[in-house]
Design a protein around this ligand. Sequence first.
Ligand code: GLA
Ligand code: ZN
Length: 661
Amino acid sequence: MYFGADYYPEHWPRERWEADAQMMQAAHINVVRLAEFAWSKLEPTEGHYDFAWLDEAIDILNQHGIQVIIGTPTATPPKWLIDKYPDILPVDADGHVRGFGSRCHYCATNKNYHWHSDLIVGQLAKHYGHHPGVIGWQTDNEFGCHSTTRCYCDSCRKAFRQWLQQKYGTLEALNEAWGTVFWSQTYETWDQVIIPRKTVASHNPSLLLDFYRFSSDMKVEFQARQLRILRQHSTNQFITHNLMGLFPEIDYYDLAKDLDFVSWDNYPRYSGAPDSTRLALSHDLMRGIRKQNFWVMEEQSGPSGWEIVHSTPRPGEIRLWTYQAVSRGADGIVYFRWRTCRFGTEEYWHGIIDHDGRPRRRYREIQETGKELAELWPFLDGTEVKNDVAILYSYDQLWSLQIQPNNPSLQYTEIVKEYYKRLHELNIGVDLVNHTDEFTDYKILIAPLLYLMTPELALRLTKFVESGGILVTTFRSGVKNWDNVVTDKTLPGELSELIGVEIEEYDSIYGETPIGISMELQGYKVEGTASTWCDVIIPGTADTLAKYTTEYYAGQTAITQNSLGKGKAIYVGTRLDANLTARLMDHVLTLAGVARGPLAETGIEVSIRGKAGMRLLFLLNHSGKKQTVDLTQHYVDPLTDVPITGRLELPAYGVEVLREV
Ligand code: GLA
Ligand code: ZN
């Protein structure tokens, strides 16, 4: 197993490197990522490269059995480069230049930047592309971090026009697709087309959605330049990028398409107790992006902080987060950072060891974890996470709903998470999938807020249901076409036949008073509340599962279930409270014949990794209190084969790994 730290030898005297490498080795560290911000050390002046210091650092690490991942340093263009080409700097929506002095200060479409990024990446690739101690590369660092996905500079304006020209072919097609006749926005020449800088009021939603897509594509293309160069000059080295979990600005399915695997940066604890559901969802998305195991390239190893210091990881928490990542598919864990830096913006973003360089509690915990994982690796190696339930997570849906939330409290990822939460409580594994994926491998597909719809997607969803799948979708589905224009069909538009209903009218819910709901599932009744949005439904072929009990639409249908072929399509016309969501999900699981996971509803998170003939269960206590659970199956300790049955006690933040027998 790859177990490591993010290391910045350039922040420490040369004489310290040996001691660092020794301490790393003693902590079972076998990989470090380095150099991702070191451009000014690697190319101190234009065209003068100095890799000697990095060679030496890598040598020392390699001598201690530690392999290296090099980050291309393009998130921090040096001062000489910015001074020579100030147009590299990104521009915000107000038209103001975002200046030098922090990081990510570059525009991804700038030609001067392309040229210089190609040069530094090329030099590094030639120098290290065959180095036996360098196992892989990280492109840039956290693309889009600090709201840098969308740039509004002149270069981007030009690139946006080209992107649109490619997409639409003719201006007539663009005018038609966007509905520019509204408010006299019709364009007559391509160079009239605007980039959505600040205006008096809101922009055209179709233009905005295309701009979000374009901006994401520009990061993907910028990365593609690096991928081409790195692949050209390297052998047997992987390429990854450190994604940011639920970061909403880049379509991660696109960004990761040509990587060897996904990695991501996981910082669970800021000011308060971490949200284990959100963490699990993030891991599942990171696995879902390429349907493949992943790495954590930055795992929190101390209190985080720049100007403010956040709370310190509790004893056991770093180990717990590590196991949570592993349990959901991580094959590599790299802690951020090795040693807490004494200077610069991140002085208080603590690493494994403190400013004074001495190992303490957090070092010992990581050392212990590294030892355990090394022992476990022969069992873990080659295992995967396999699930019957999928949740559709689409950046196009996310963006279109960011542009028009419809209701102030509607947030795409939050609503996805509400459905995910019940599955998480029940320890039922979930895969996150894209709208372009095949759904037929799954028994259940939860697809909230299918705001944008195409006939093709509607057909694929229909086929999924006809062949026996259970689909759950919600209000604000089938509302718009892929150009972000409202359908002229009766809602739910393209989905009408599949869902078997008509939406008669809807009510966007404001204020504190929630709407009453009464749900009847398999003969038992449950009352609760709804908020955010209420579709008033006329069931056609569908059966009613729930009705509103308040407001002028009391007695009218809120949730339906339609049978089609061998499967069923459930439509939830409103946002349910947690209890109703849970009851509805229980019903869905029963319909699909998906069993509750091990230790469901005990508060202990369980995730399973398996391969032919073997399944490993990871039991995780995310709470600061010890918890006792009763095992209903027989398990053994994977390392010793000692049977583990019956009552099991997990200390605060405790972890158990069991093998099924
Ligand atoms: C991100 C970055 C790191 C570092 C940490 C802490 O994850 O990738 O370089 O800045 O945050 O702020
Ligand atoms: Zn730009």
